[in-house]
Ligand binder design. Structure first.
Ligand SMILES: [Zn+2]
Length: 382
């Protein structure tokens, strides 16, 4: 048994003071500090939070890379490095996100992830895959490579339906929603609209047929026009979950509050869409086989197209809090309980509750990460 003392513990709706968090690989309880005396003597490790927040670990449903590595490298070294680097940002779980590349490259990445998921993580746990493309629309390809975009085809994903948790696709490329229906019938994969030029009506139909998520809402999708509401209109007018890159570059921060007001705080999920250059300095990098230039924390292709981000998830949460006026319990949920609920793993992860895995982060008022614990094991200390 281990314990965290002197922390302000963020539970779903409130912050608990004067409690000690007892844990092993799972959370064992919260007891009054005064009553803890003898129990603490039996603890093999006591972490002093020194008055800082004790938060549920963050889950990033959309991340391509960090620290010089990318999921598409298809190597164990790459996954191990990404997993330990993002832990420094308070991330305890990720969906390894692929890019639109050729079939072999995607399969190599997927085989590598499958193999890695069986191992004990030294950082954030890889909870599965977010397959971004290749069934997208060229018009909104963003930084996805044009030549590898193909028509939706169930046989393409068949071998990997156990590890794919989310798929980004353009529903207008799927004739009569055949692929969407087949995926919903045969798998538990969450279908996400993104890199899409769908008309409002097409997007609404896609939702009726099983699309339940939107990939980096507002970015790389047909925008909202009052006579032509597009994918954005359909996302805002439904109860599907929506990802947001809250870096103040991909979307104006005024949008944070608009989105939270329309969708409610239960349906917004903060992601990073971080690429290889995440957690590195400005310079030249790469994404999905294309050259990317990083300047002032902004990643762009040579033609100026935004290409992923170098955002850290702890900063995204802080940004969202600063521009919406929500309290810390509410904003932390956007990167913990909300993604856990959508992934169907909320019984095990996503909040600090007895019986759930001890995925825990200690952070200060500025969201600097001081310690990250994954399934009870400390993987990062500042
Ligand atoms: Zn992406």
């Amino acid at each position: 048994m281990k314990a965290i003392i002197n922390g302000k513990i963020i539970v779903e709706k409130e912050v608990l003071d004067n409690r000690i968090l007892l844990y092993s690989d799972k959370i064992m309880g919260f007891i009054e500090s005064k009553a803890a005396g003898e129990l603490l003597q039996n603890c093999q490790e006591i972490v002093d939070a020194k008055g800082n927040y004790v938060s549920p670990g963050f889950i990033d449903m959309h991340i391509h890379g960090s620290g010089g590595y990318d999921i598409m490298d298809g190597t164990e070294e790459s996954l191990a490095t990404i997993s330990s680097i993002v832990a420094k940002n308070g991330v305890t779980g990720i969906l390894a996100t692929t890019m639109t590349m050729n079939r072999e490259k995607i399969y190599t990445a997927l085989d590598n992830i499958k193999h890695f998921m069986g191992k004990e993580a030294q950082g954030a746990k890889i909870l599965g895959v977010h397959l971004e493309g290749p069934f997208i629309n060229r018009k909104y390809k963003g930084a996805q490579a044009d030549e590898f975009i193909i028509e939706p085809d169930f046989s393409f994903i068949e071998k990997y339906v156990d590890i794919i948790k989310v798929m980004t696709l353009a529903p207008e490329m799927d004739e009569n929603y055949k692929f969407i229906k087949e995926v919903k019938e045969k798998t538990k994969i969450i279908l996400s609209m993104g890199h899409s030029n769908a008309e409002y009506e097409q997007a609404v139909k896609a939702i009726e047929n099983g699309v339940s998520h939107a990939t980096h809402t507002f970015n790389a999708m047909s925008p909202l026009n009052h006579r032509n509401p597009g994918v954005v209109g359909a996302v805002l007018n439904s109860d599907i979950y929506c990802e947001l890159i809250a870096d103040k570059i991909h979307v104006h921060p005024a949008i944070f509050n608009i989105l939270a007001t329309i969708k409610g705080m239960d349906k917004v999920i903060l992601i990073t869409d971080s690429m290889r250059a995440g957690c590195l300095h400005d310079g030249i990098s790469e994404l999905g086989g294309q050259k990317v230039i990083i300047k002032n924390n902004t990643a762009r292709l040579e033609d100026g197209t935004l290409a992923g981000s170098t955002l850290r998830l702890n900063h995204a949460i802080k940004n969202f809090m600063d521009y919406t006026g929500n309290g810390i319990c509410q904003v932390v949920k956007l990167a913990s309980l909300n993604p856990a609920k959508e992934l169907g793993i909320e019984k095990d992860r996503g909040s600090l509750e007895v019986g759930k895995y001890s995925d825990i982060v200690i952070l200060d008022e500025e969201f600097n990460i001081l310690k990250t614990i994954v399934e009870g094991k400390t993987v990062y200390t500042y």
